[in-house]
Ligand binder design. Structure first.
Ligand code: GTR
Length: 327
């Protein structure tokens, strides 16, 4: 937390001070996040709110409802489509069953690295995905980092794909992720994030999969101490707005919203990298057992049927080719 606060002050200090001094806003956009206060995605949207307030002379600001106060991701997506929630920061995972383009950056092992993911999402494929939100009553604003996701469980260290056989893992509510876990020889249970801790604790599932900061902030490391860095997913996260709320804004303010979302991305990325490190240190010190050097090739090979099932149309095939061709 201390590190995060120092970073934010260094990166956005002047804006933060300017906005603290300004008067109350005319319109406050309500934004949802499943993560708690201090988590990089929450901080990034709060910082975007400060930019907005400053750039609109107080016409617009943002209030982030953290810790799933407005509901679990799948439900808040619907509420954002209906205009009940103005803004939302979620993983692309729960969008997979709604917007087919979001399946592509959610494919296992599609990105070679986080840098590769950044290049793709900052380029034409990223724009194509943001544009796809507009057919679903939403406005895609920016992509945030979600690191890489790996399996953790309460039972035993996973050293190879064989060790996963028959185990039960929670996945986000995406059919593709159910098939991904099935292709690895394990069983998947899609469920909301907020139910995972107790489901592991009571033995309903053996574990789940996520990135360092979520493994830490959710407390899942307390009930599932074996974490294997197979890094099967690098799923970007998205900040989007309800089209209903967006269309209430003037053209000038719409542009300021779009620009401010993009402007917090570099800060979000720095915050994310620091947060990963901080969470890793914390869960290791708390006794989590990490398997780091695992042969990923069998995992990658096992994903062929998932690609065959989900990358079906020419459009989706082209997206995969564009990603693979991105240096
Ligand atoms: C986190 C992600 C959340 C949510 C969660 C989950 O890494 O930031 O948006 O998708 O994972 O697994 O449900």
């Amino acid at each position: 937390m201390k590190l995060r606060t120092t970073l934010i002050t260094a990166l956005l200090g002047s804006v933060a001070m300017a906005s603290a001094a300004s008067a109350a806003c005319e319109t406050t956009l309500r934004s949802s996040d499943t993560h708690p206060e201090g988590y990089p995605t929450v901080v990034a949207v709060q910082e975007m709110g400060k930019l907005l307030e400053e750039r609109t002379d107080g016409r617009l600001c943002i209030e982030v409802f953290a810790s799933a106060q407005l509901g679990e991701e799948k439900d808040t997506i619907e509420q954002t489509q209906f205009g009940v929630i103005d803004m939302n920061r979620v993983s692309l995972g729960p969008f997979n069953n709604i917007i087919e383009e979001t399946q592509i950056p959610s494919l296992p092992y599609i990105f070679r690295s986080v840098d590769h993911m950044h290049k793709v999402m900052d380029g034409p494929v990223g724009q194509q995905i943001l544009d796809a939100f507009s057919d679903h009553d939403l406005v895609g604003l920016a992509f945030f980092d979600g690191g890489s996701r790996s399996f953790y469980n309460s039972e035993k260290p996973i050293n190879s794909m064989e060790d996963l056989a028959g185990m039960k893992f929670r996945v986000m509510q995406s059919d593709m992720f159910v098939d991904m876990v099935g292709a690895l020889g394990a069983n998947a249970t899609p469920m909301p994030y907020g139910e995972v801790y107790s489901s592991i604790q009571t033995g309903v599932i053996d574990g789940a999969e996520n990135n360092w900061p979520s493994y830490d902030s959710s407390g899942h490391f307390e009930v599932a101490k074996y974490y294997t860095l197979d890094e099967h997913l690098i799923v970007p996260e998205v900040l989007m707005m309800s089209k209903t709320s967006f269309e209430k804004l003037s053209a000038e303010d719409q542009e300021i919203v779009r620009q401010s979302a993009k402007d917090v991305v570099p800060m979000m990325r720095e915050l994310w990298a620091a947060s990963e490190k901080e969470s890793e240190d914390k869960v290791r010190a708390a006794g989590a057992e990490i398997v780091k050097d695992i042969d990923k090739q069998p995992f990658i090979d096992a994903m062929v049927p998932v690609y065959e099932k989900y990358v079906t149309s020419d459009k989706l095939k082209q997206m995969v080719a564009d990603i693979q061709a991105t240096e």
